[in-house]
Design a protein around this ligand. Sequence first.
Ligand SMILES: [Zn+2]
Length: 136
Amino acid sequence: MTEASLGKRAPEAYLARLKAARANAYVPYSAHPVAALLVTDSGEVFCSCNVETAHFKSVCAEAGAISALISAGEKRIREVWILGPGPKPCPPCGDCRQRIHEFADDHTRIHLVDETGRIMSSSGVADLLPEAFGGP
Ligand SMILES: [Zn+2]
């Protein structure tokens, strides 16, 4: 958590999109709905939820949002906002930390928010994935 993010909240528009996406999460096996919202350098916003299937090769919310970002021709993530199902922060899994790293830089911030949009944690990619493998 950085000092600059202490006590801050997600923009209302981001929180509304996160809540709407999370409400559509397809999570019949884990009952753990998550939404992730990405903001690019150009200000474009991409949001997704997690989707589970019976063979347990689920798609994380972050992965879905990154696919949408790449499909739209974007390449850089400026901000990541994640809303989980409960009062605790919902950090990205190991796979998603690597995915975020691929399209992030030293200025990218990953914000974990609660129901009210309060930022509970704000990290850089290097904080979440030290000594990361590869990437451009
Ligand atoms: Zn993940």
